[in-house]
Design a binder for this molecule. Structure first.
Ligand code: MZP
Length: 498
């Protein structure tokens, strides 16, 4: 056997040392833009992210709701592949059908309000598009209005109540109790609802009011919406049914695929990448690997990005069950070195995704500093309203359910398959709860501002600069203690000293 003499290490064992912060290096000037897929020196990647965040290919994390919410914030979701092909493709389709700029705002609008009231509200909020929920009491009446059409109305229509523009189906949505914007979008999609398009020529404003009468309004087909920019979405595939799954996902409009496996250093992955490259014009990432050999194998097989990490996921028990894996930081450090050498030799830059094991926000900054171009997270996103799982109250605290793809609950045997009998013979993941944390937007704002602030400490205004210039130190077990509050009596814990 070959022995690695250095222990494998994880994020908590490292800290960043500040560099000189120049006066122009303020959080507002920091860009978190990052490549998603490989590109040649001097060229731009065909797909990039505005923030370095991807949500995990997991049942408990990435459905179409999460994908829309995250894409709206500038990141990407990879829709979980452990579901029937048709259902996964349908989720992709829903994301692609959802149009950028669709926002929700609370107001006191009722069907009796006039169109003019709606326009005024729109002006006031500055939104190019509006979806208005009821009376602000979360009763959830909803009127959908989106941008873009060519139907003209006369000025006096502005004084008519909105109810006059609503078909029975629009009223049906309007009357739904507790409906969320995402659910409304589902309904609109399911029932192929077209919209009543309205243009106010004088104000040069364009709106569509949702309506059901799809057949009668063929002249306003959905591509009117499909013509606008749609959100980017990814999807997980496996090395078993890819010949059926990939065509369906491509047909649904997926932007990028990822082969989802706990161990990606395999001939099956090479075959899958080569099949996709030979037959489709779609990007494909591969993984997971934890060393230079695995990384280069996938890159030479044609992968557009490579995912790093085995056994570090919060719900993962692969290391305990099978004894394979590596500390996430050590994996990243080695793979980054291989990636940079490859770039030097070939002029091709292959983005690295650090997958799993992010516990604190600063771990994300460390992962980027160590060479990752973006991180994939499960636990982080599972805590939000937008994740597909149930919110429950346990011991007086709100939690959300979160289970691993290798748990009996998900039974994603394709992710763990190493040949032989199909099916999950033993578990590699657990079923758990995570503390409920609220909305994705609020949490992401906090996290990204921490990352930007740390980058300023390190004197870096971009992720590539951070990767080049960061100074990173290992911390000893004793200095780890020093890093938290210590030698004080915390007020919340009382004075008993217990
Ligand atoms: P985390 O962000 O929750 O720490 O880790 C999420 C990652 O754990 C996923 O992206 C995936 O790579 C991995 N994962 C998902 N299910 C399992 C499992 O059941 C797992 N073992 O390890």
């Amino acid at each position: 056997a070959k022995y690695y003499t250095e222990p494998s290490r994880t994020f908590t064992e490292y800290l960043l040392i500040p560099n000189l912060s120049t006066k122009d290096c303020t959080p507002d000037n920091v860009s978190l833009k990052t490549p998603l897929v490989k590109f040649k020196r001097g060229e731009n990647p065909e797909l990039s992210l505005n923030i370095p965040f991807a949500s995990a290919v997991m049942q408990a994390v990435s459905d179409h709701h999460m994908a829309v919410a995250l894409a709206r914030s500038g990141g990407i979701s990879f829709i979980f592949g452990s579901q029937p092909i048709k259902e996964e493709a349908e989720m992709v389709r829903k994301v692609k059908a959802y149009k950028a700029g669709f926002v929700i705002s609370r107001s006191n609008l009722t069907p009796e309000h006039t169109l003019k009231d709606v326009l005024e509200l729109k002006e006031k909020t500055g939104h190019s598009t509006l979806a208005v929920t009821g009376d602000g009491t979360a009763k959830g009446k909803l009127l959908g209005i989106v941008k873009g059409s060519d139907y003209r109305i006369s000025r006096d229509a502005l004084d008519k109540p909105i109810s006059q523009f609503m078909t029975p189906f629009a009223s049906l949505i309007y009357g739904k109790q507790g409906i969320t914007l995402s659910e409304a979008n589902d309904l609109i999609w399911e029932h192929k609802i077209n919209c009543l398009p309205i243009v106010d020529e004088e104000q040069n404003l364009e709106y569509l009011v949702f309506r059901k009468d799809y057949e009668a309004h063929k002249e306003y087909p959905n591509e009117l919406l499909d013509a606008n920019k749609s959100y980017i979405v990814g999807a997980g595939i496996n090395t078993k049914d890819y010949k059926e799954r990939v065509p369906a996902l491509v047909d649904a409009g997926v932007d990028v695929l990822v082969i989802d496996s706990s161990d990606g250093y395999s001939e099956w992955q090479r075959e899958t990448i080569q099949y996709v490259k030979a037959n489709f014009n779609v990007k494909i990432g591969a993984g997971n690997v934890v060393d230079r050999e695995g990384f280069l194998y996938l890159v030479e097989s044609g992968a557009d990005f490579v995912k790093i990490g085995i056994g570090g996921g919060s719900i993962c028990i692969t290391r305990e069950q099978k004894g394979i894996g590596r500390g996430q930081a050590s994996s990243l450090i080695e793979v980054t070195e291989a990636r940079d050498e490859y770039y030097e030799q070939t002029g091709i830059y292959v983005p690295i995704c650090s997958d799993g094991g992010i516990v604190h926000d600063y771990h994300i900054t460390l992962a980027l500093a160590m060479g990752a171009d973006f991180v994939m997270m499960g636990r982080y996103f599972a805590r939000f309203d937008e994740s597909p799982t149930r919110k429950l109250k346990v011991n007086n605290n709100f939690v959300k359910e979160f289970w691993g793809e290798g748990s009996n609950r998900a039974r994603n045997w394709e992710r763990y398959d190493s040949g032989g009998k199909s099916g999950l013979l033993f578990e590699e993941g657990v079923d758990s709860y995570v503390p409920y944390a609220g909305s994705l937007r609020e949490n992401m704002e906090k996290t990204t501002s921490k990352i930007k602030s740390t980058m300023c400490n390190c004197g870096s205004k971009t992720i590539p600069q951070l990767q080049r210039e960061a100074r990173i130190t290992i911390v000893s077990a004793t200095s780890l203690v020093e890093g938290g509050a210590h030698d004080v009596i915390l007020k919340e814990s009382g004075l008993s000293g217990e």
